[in-house]
Design a protein around this ligand. Sequence first.
Ligand code: HXC
Ligand code: NAP
Length: 284
Amino acid sequence: MEPFSNDLLKDKVVLVTGGATGLGRAMGEKFVKLGAKLAITGRREEVLKQTSDELSANGYSVFYKPCDVRDPAQISALVDAVEQHYGAIDILVNNAAGNFISPTERLSPRAVDAVLNIVLHGTFYATLEVGKRWIEQKRTGTMLNIVTTYASSGSGYVVPSAAAKAGVLALTRSLAVEWAPHGIRQVAIAPGPFPTEGAWSRLSPTPELEEKMLDRIPMKRVGDKEELANLAAFLVSDYASYINGEVVTIDGGEWLQGAGQFNDLRQVTHEQWDVLAQMTRKGK
Ligand code: HXC
Ligand code: NAP
């Protein structure tokens, strides 16, 4: 069932980085269904073309141009092309990312850069390019940054990603204040696990790792891309116009399960609780 009226984002021009695959594609599909004009980018032209062809076949407006977000000149050319195609941009979704699991001591400086350059620098460059133009053109706009729950907590074994996403979260909160007078709104989403080819192949490559992941989630299931796309549509829409600098977690309660000191007691059986109750009541 569709929670929004199909003109929620009517004629809004949305640029989604990493928009040809995974969560970026799911968000883009949702945006066009709600009336938006979509522009997607990524490094692989054939993947962009395929997504664009599939969405356009349903009558939606989709523009694509390859761009490596690590290169500010390519971002500038991309934004030029989107403005030329649609006239202007209303919403920027910084979704492109790179990540993989590894013990930190095994990382080379190039491996650190591979992640930081996409996630932190790429997001910053795109934000800067679009933000400068909005300020110059006296246009209002919304920026949505896709982070992770461990942007706040940190996490071992994905340390470049954790450091980069923490930086993106700081960028979101900082510009929420600095650019609000220009009518530029900042929001972020912190997803828990959502199975995508890109994430699963690099972060959960075995069934054992996937099972461990489910154990960490109180709802005992991973996220559905549609759930994230609905949240994104709301956050970039005018109905969220007073939400600025906020990060919304969508993880089935995963990070709270890890954080709550006594949450492991969920493994205690009914019978064990009977014994424990006798013991704890003695304290009275
Ligand atoms: C250790 C690795 C490595 C790995 C690459 N490197 N993969 N080191 N373990 N698994 C090292 C290489 O050896 C090299 O260092 C350096 O990193 C650069 O490698 P390249 O392959 O040249 O990098 P590049 O082509 O730029 O690719 C970037 C990438 C790649 C990040 C490594 O995975 C990529 O393109 N990812 C894009 C999509 C993606 O990651 N999606 C997942 C997002 S999920 P040396 O020193 O040897 O030259 C996410 C959140 C998930 O972000 C949260 C889940 C709950
Ligand atoms: P994905 O499909 O691998 O998405 C990453 C996208 O970024 C790809 O389309 C990729 O396209 C693009 N990209 C990578 N490097 C780029 C570069 N240098 N320039 C331009 N585009 C680049 O994985 P996903 O799971 O959908 O991830 C989407 C977002 O959600 C990411 O920000 C990720 O950190 C976040 N996230 C995902 C999960 C999850 O469980 N899936 C959880 C938390 C957060 P090219 O390779 O063609 O460039």
